[in-house]
Ligand binder design. Sequence first.
Ligand code: SAM
Length: 302
Amino acid sequence: MHHKPVLLRETIGLLGLRPGVVAVDATLGSGGHATAILERIGPAGRLIGLDQDPDAIERCTKRFGADARVTLIRSNFRKIDEVLEELKVPAVDAILMDIGMSSDQLEDGKRGFSFQKEGDLDMRMDPDAGNKASHYVMTLPEKELARIIYEYGEERNSRRFAAAIVRERYRNPVDTTSRLCEVIESSLPGRDRFAKAKRPQRNRRNPATRVFQALRILVNDEFGALRDGMDGAVKRLAPRGRLGVISFHSLEDRIVKEKFRELAAKNIAEIVTRKPVVANRSEIIDNPRARSAKLRVIEVKP
Ligand SMILES: C[S@@+](CC[C@H](N)C(=O)[O-])C[C@H]1O[C@@H](n2cnc3c(N)ncnc32)[C@H](O)[C@@H]1O
């Protein structure tokens, strides 16, 4: 089963897409949003699709490879400016960034994104760039590990988890998803343990959730890429062109909100969504991932 695109109707509506425009989907994933963009821009439109994950590019090549309106590029969206330069596309009318990971990445155990799947502790969205999560888990000093887990994971047990990782990594490498979960779980007092709870409270999170989030953000430099990506996108948008960003947790949403405010204060762009657009009840029931999705849109001033 493919990734279900979130806030699809809202995103397509707010991006101001019309027949014949040039659009960029900077986070193709499985091409859910891209399909809807193509419907809107019609036969005279053009879609440039980016993803840093080769699996996403492969899926989208199968889906859109035969469509002459589509150009697919494997790249980090932080290089969007250079990519469009190389393609000799001076300006585009709409850019979408639906950040974070796709269900396809999460479901693929060997990528190491999910604490529910056994796999190598990798977490790189681009398997050819940078270090695996296990590198950081095995080498970072305890204080640094605690800071990352606290800042990127907003995890109040960050010091406890960092101490347990450092203690355990000398005994046996912490280089798989299950081993990291085991180390985290075993560092909690008995009553807090998730696996052992007779009746886990409803909605209780696995204690590894936030540690996995923190490591994923670190491994992929997600906040740096987001900031650079938004700067590059705004540089390439035509007057009245729109940028839409869908984020999935408060730290990302704050970065988007601040960047949009900065662009509005500099008179470069106008904020289209005063408040972030969120999913309605029926979408959340159909796709629980949509629960935390927030869409913000800006329009570049003429
Ligand atoms: C939430 S999914 C997008 C789903 C897509 N909108 C769809 O409808 O199928 C996020 C995708 O963005 C990609 N991605 C995340 N950060 C990226 C970055 N900095 N540069 C390029 N692609 C990125 C991931 O590899 C993943 O495939």
